[in-house]
Design a protein around this ligand. Structure first.
Ligand SMILES: [Fe+2]
Length: 310
């Protein structure tokens, strides 16, 4: 597990207690693939989806990147309709060669990177604040609020990630992140388990500070996708920000200089891969990329950072 400690952990900055805690993790030996039972969705589950979705319509229209807004239009997501994976997958496949793959929950890194390398994005069909999530974790204490659950849920996966999969360039990049993860795990260079775990953490840090919680300098062309002008100097492309109202508003406050709880920092690959994070709270920093193209270039030009040899 990449969350286990290694003798190289002291090299990282920003070491924080990990809050994933009691979340169930599925590996290859488990029945991790599921069929979506669309008819079983309850009014309460749809109600949670609607509530979370509607609250974000205005702020995302104003602050999300054009890749996201374009993807939302093309994907045809709705506040009033529970996502139907068998309808979404063909649209995503046509756009970028990706599809969504329904899974039972949190996957270990082998499964996650292998699926990503094959352009399969694992998604769960459980939403936070629902009976099914409560049943799954009966007797275990995990956070489960409108803003946060450590269990990846359908709202984060579909509202946060799926629109980006409609973008060919992003899809190619994400598949290459998956292939790199798989390459680290296969360990053809014979670095050994400690260095494999360490290098995976580097990749996990990169993913966290980029496509999960990254922000971007304001791009003039993104304004063509909005009905309300972006009144800050940045825009959002991290899915973890985009799927959480409080996180969005925290970035807005930071960008306006109205927050002293989180910092905005320039995206520096060496710093990003060496910086750990906390799943369970509003982020205390956001790294700013110049553009999606600059992120892709940083990733491809710095592959050596993910093969640290000790
Ligand atoms: Fe995510």
């Amino acid at each position: 597990m990449i969350d286990s400690s290694t003798k190289y952990d002291h090299l990282f900055s920003h070491l924080l207690p990990n809050a994933v805690g009691d979340v169930k993790i599925f590996s290859k030996e488990d029945d991790y693939l599921i069929e979506q039972d669309y008819e079983a969705i309850t009014d309460n589950e749809l109600g949670v989806w609607m509530r979370l979705y509607e609250k974000l319509v205005e702020p995302l229209n104003r602050y999300a990147s054009k890749e996201y807004l374009d993807g939302i239009d093309a994907l045809g997501l709705s506040a009033y309709e529970w996502p139907n994976f068998s309808q979404l997958s063909p649209r995503i496949r046509d756009a970028s060669g990706w599809e969504v793959t329904p899974v039972a929950g949190f996957l270990d890194e082998w499964l996650f990177f292998e699926l990503n390398a094959e352009r399969k994005f694992p998604v769960t069909d459980i939403v936070r604040q629902s009976e099914r999530l409560e049943e799954k974790y009966a007797g275990r204490a995990i956070a489960n609020t409108d803003e946060y659950t450590p269990e990846p849920d359908i709202f984060h996966d579909i509202r946060g990630h799926a629109p980006f999969l409609m973008n060919r360039a992003f899809g190619d990049f994400l598949a290459d992140v998956g292939k790199l993860g798989h390459q680290i795990l296969v360990d053809e260079r014979n670095l050994g388990p400690e260095l494999v775990a360490h290098n995976l953490k580097r990749l996990q840090n990169f993913a966290w500070w980029s496509y999960e919680f990254g922000i971007m300098k304001k791009q003039p062309e993104s304004e063509n996708w909005r009905t309300d002008a972006n009144d800050m100097d940045h825009e959002l492309y991290g899915s973890g920000i985009i799927s959480g109202y409080d996180e969005v508003m925290n970035v807005v406050a930071c960008s306006r200089g109205e927050s002293d709880s989180s910092a905005l920092l320039p995206f520096d690959m060496e710093e990003v891969v060496m910086t750990r994070f906390d799943y369970s709270d509003i982020q205390d920093r956001y790294y700013i990329i110049d553009s999606m193209e600059s992120l892709y270039a940083d990733f491809y030009d710095n592959q050596r950072l993910f093969f640290f040899e000790g």
